[in-house]
Design a protein around this ligand. Sequence first.
Ligand code: AOF
Ligand code: ZN
Length: 381
Amino acid sequence: MNENIDEYYMMEAIKLAKKGIGFTNPNPLVGAIIVKNGQVIGRGYHKRYGELHAEREAIKNCIEEGNKELMKGATIYVTLEPCCHRGKQPPCTEALIEAGFQRVVIGSMDPNPLVAGNGVEILKNAGIKVEGPVANKDCLSLNKIFFHYITKKKPLVTLKVAETLDGKIATFTGESKWITSSKSREKVHFDRHKNMAILVGVATVLKDDPMLNVRLENLEKVSNPIRIVCDTNLNTPIDSKLVQTAKQQETWIVTSIKEEKICAAFKELGVKIINDSSLIKVEKNGHKTIDLKALINYLGARGIDSLIVEGGGSINYSALEEKIVDQIQVYIAPKIFGGIDAKTAVEGQGVKLPKDAFIVENMELERIGEDLFIEGRVKYP
Ligand code: AOF
Ligand code: ZN
């Protein structure tokens, strides 16, 4: 019975944590609930990067509700192990000890090397009963991005594809609006809100002139991803939507072009030009390309914890070939386009033999409206 109660409150704390989606990156999503004698007396979640942690938000809420004294001997449910280091915020362990909790129930451990079990240890040493992990699977999936980033220092890279049943991402005339249903597109936009950055190749900019922003009606505030264009020769048109809106939504162009005169026009419009030589690969024939592996490390070092690769076929193949893709998300619409010239999701050279294929593991399948949605992790040969 007790276990079910703990699980119930942890699931409630997860719901609270999810309110922070899009705003806490590269920090985790965390929710906390304070319970005394079967009554919830305080709740909180981590609202925004750098601001109060969930535990202190819940304590603050508890005090504001006039329940300060009740905290003594209460239980606090936290989806992530409380921190014990001084970062942008003071250690949560100190706040929990000071408030006088009798019991702390956690949903997942914090792999952040600055915490990693030390939070639990400090609480236990202070005589607090620490229990859990409770609802661990849900707490782990809540922070898939954070757990990846904090251990690897690289963004979690998702390759996202919307295609027909016969694997086409456009008709032979190049039309692609729209393949999937509005319900699927809603999820795509929510994922853009959740992820810190979105990557396309210049071919997609030239062909589609996309906005790559978040268009969601049911959210009050959204967090638009940083738009990153791989554009070796700086062919992005100055009058493209990405460039023209760069002051409203961050736009980075990764290029080999260094001439200040050419770059200046983009910079004036708010575009960040990244022309670091370490991000350029020169092939045997002298052909220059963006080194995606180096780019991923570059982004990780700059606090980017999550990246969606959103086409086209050429960059999608390069991303797989350079082994930067961690997971793949495919939306399949119940339609068939046909056409030998109609584009497919992954182009490039392709693998030589079936045994050389990129393998997708732990595939999960979901139905979104009429479409199928598949998510899985990419395993490399
Ligand atoms: C959060 N929110 O609710 C919890 C976090 O720089 P700081 O002080 O904000 O510390 C960030 C680290 O604190 C983060 O990487 C994680 O290990 C831990 N817990 N962080 O942003 C929270 N509980
Ligand atoms: Zn904390």
